[in-house]
Every structure is written in C-alpha cells, then in structure tokens.
Design a protein around this ligand. Structure first.
Ligand code: NI
Length: 387
C-alpha cells in the first residue's frame, strides 16, 4: 500500500489520538502525560525512541537500505486558555487548551510513524520523528537541538495546521513564510516630582509616549517598503497617581521581520530613536534587544519536493497559494541546521465551526485535514529518501 491509502486506513486512529490529546492539554515544557502517551503508542507500533530533555521524544524508523536521514517534526504543547468549544472531547484540564492545533500535529506524526514503519522495506535511509515540546515558549526546538538530535540529519520537514486556510489545501511555497520574532524592552529614566510643577522634574510618561510615536517612523520611513516589518509596543508602564510626575517608565514591544538584513538593522534604529528622543526631553533611555526565533524560510528544492508530495495526495488543486504570516515558529531553529520546509495544512471550514483564529477559545480544526497531513509527513519522507 501507499502512504495515501495507509493514511486513509489510519484516519480514525489519528482522529482518536488528536481528541485524546485535545482532552488532556498540557503547558509548554510540562507535557508529561503527552510524552508518556507518545512513547506508549510508539511501543505499540514498534518504533524505537529516546527521551530528550524532560518531555521531547525522538523516534527512529530505520529503512531496509542505508541512505540519508530526514527529520519530521510535530509539536505537542497547549496554551493557557479556557476552552469555549462545546465538544465531547473538550479540555479536561481546565484553564488549558489545545488552541493552536498541536494536538493534531502530534497525532499526525504518530499516524506517520505507523505508515513509515509499515513501509520500511521500501525505505532507503532513516526517518527521525521529532515530537517537540515547548513550541509556544520557543524553547523546545532549542532544547532538542542542544541535545544533538539534528546530528546526521540532512533534511527537515514540519507542519502547522492552519485555520485561515480551507481544508483540502496545503501551502508549501518557497521563501519567507513566517517572521523572525524579537522582543524589545526600553527603560526610561526621568525625574519625579509634583504633577502641578512639571518644570521641576523630567516627565517619563511624556518621554515614553514620544518614543512610542517616534518608533513608528522605522517601518514607515527607514525600511524599504518592499520589506515587511512590524514594530509594536504592547506595554507602557509609568506613574502611580494622578498628581505624581512619573520619574521612570518601561516600554515593551515586539519586532517582526522576514529579511535577515532588516532584522540586523533593527537594534541600532530602535536604540537611536529611544535614546535621542529621551535626550531631547532631558531624560535617558536604555534598550534591551532580545533575539527570538529566526524567520521561517522554506528552501526552494524542499518546497518543490513538498508541492509534488501534496499533488500525489490531493491532486494539483491541493497545492495552495497562501501569503506569508507575521507569526513566528521555532521550527526555524531546525531549519538553521538543515534545509527544509514548513507546510501550512489547511483545516478551516465554517460548516464545522473551524473558522476561528489560532489561540482563540473557540479554535477548532476540520479533522479531515488530519488524513492529508498524516499522508504528507510520510510522503515527504519517502520522496526525499528515494532521491
Ligand atoms: Ni502553533
């Protein structure tokens, strides 16, 4: 049998696993039950594995003939979110919810483990199954890579179920797909005093406000308009009382970029604007720039291979064109070690209430997407290893 028909055979298994994970969501890096269940399933399937860190699991499917190694990655953590869906498989761990679809990723990767294990006679090379914890805190991939899971891995393939994309479509375009995500913190120092006599102090609230406004000119005036970027301040803290002049203030924000050159230029631009703006109001500002996950950029060869794999499973009409997104993904750390592709697997369907954004308390997927994703994991590995 082929990957496609085996994915159909195991469709209900993957749905059942997804629902079980959905009912038992766990926070990032504390996926103990999930990790245990993955290992129990791999035992049943007959796929050997190792535990990496506390909750990561790496399964290995060894082909009959030697060859290259491909890593398939599925993440497993949930969110601190109170589920609002009224479904029989609703979260039983109140306050936590699989609101991003990672339950589906884990289930599909288990389905792929079954398929690849069954097809290992025709497999030339090795498939590593990366069950990754802590994606939502952007730490899981790093932990696994630091433990050496990418040693000897030639290619990586990841997936994200994607509700803005309709079920039956999969996007695997080459080039930038998700943004690099950095954090900025700006400490502002003024001088406190009485709110009725601002001339005696240095108002940190005014400085903070001016910095927020002036930062807007980075995207609108300093960066090439053909390079998309985001600079957003999400937190502004100053003051304690209506008639006390704030002597200090804090700003926190996030920076999103696709072009690594633009990313590199960001700290200087933000620092300059923060410091000189503060100075012009007689205050001081200090920038802390915290690098997060790099951009997710699909390799051209990998992307073409993935498009062919999608065609084999769903026909030409399955290959979607979908604009890149300003969200981030720590799959990019795997891509720093080996070429690869992140596929966005459409799971949106208003008829099944699967039309809420990711991280929404009503987020849900059209489970028909699971069969396609399961098949694609396996098909991609088979195609890559047979080249
Ligand atoms: Ni996610």
């Amino acid at each position: 049998m082929e990957a496609k028909s085996l994915a159909n055979k195991y469709k209900q298994y993957v749905i059942d696993m997804r629902r079980e994970f959905h009912m038992n969501p766990e926070p990032s890096l504390k996926e103990y039950r999930t990790s245990k269940r993955i290992k129990e399933e791999l035992d049943k399937i007959g796929v050997p594995y190792i535990t990496v860190g506390e909750t990561a699991v790496v399964g290995t499917v060894e082909g009959a003939k030697p060859g290259k190694t491909v890593g398939l990655r599925g993440d497993m953590d949930a969110l601190e979110l109170l589920e609002q869906n009224d479904v029989e498989y609703k979260s039983q761990n109140e306050g936590y919810m699989h609101g991003c679809g990672h339950d589906g990723h884990t289930a599909m990767l288990l389905g792929a483990a079954k398929i690849l294990n069954e097809m290992k006679d025709q497999l030339k090379g090795t498939v590593k199954l990366f069950f990754q914890p802590g994606e939502e805190v952007a730490l899981g991939a790093k932990i696994m890579i630091d433990e050496g899971v990418m040693e000897g891995v030639d290619e990586v393939f990841g997936m994200h179920l994607w509700s803005p994309l309709e079920v039956g479509k999969i996007s695997v375009e080459a080039g930038p797909r998700m943004a690099a995500t950095d954090i900025i913190k700006i400490k502002i120092q003024g001088k406190g005093g009485h709110g009725s006599a601002p001339h005696q102090g240095v108002d940190a609230a005014v400085i903070a406000s001016a910095i927020v406004m002036n930062l807007q000119s980075i995207v609108s005036r300093e960066i090439n308009p053909l390079d998309p970027a985001v600079v957003s301040i999400g937190l502004l803290k100053a003051g304690s009382r209506f008639n006390v002049l704030p002597g200090d203030a804090i700003l926190e924000g996030n920076v999103r970029t696709f072009n690594p050159e633009v990313r590199k230029a960001m700290p200087e631009m933000i620092k300059r604007i923060a410091e000189y703006t503060a100075k012009s109001y007689r205050g001081e500002a200090e920038l802390e720039y915290i690098y997060g996950t790099p951009d997710v950029t699909n390799n051209e060869v990998s992307s073409a291979r993935a498009a062919k794999a999608v065609e084999k499973i769903m026909g030409k009409q399955g290959v979607a064109l979908f604009e890149k997104v300003t969200g981030g993904e720590d799959f990019s750390y795997f891509m720093e070690k080996a070429p690869g592709v992140l596929a966005l697997v459409g799971c949106g369907n208003p008829a099944k209430q699967a039309n809420y954004p990711h991280h929404h308390p009503n987020f849900n997927i059209d489970e028909d997407a699971l069969e396609y994703g399961t098949a694609l994991y396996a098909q991609y590995a088979l195609d890559y290893l047979s080249e």
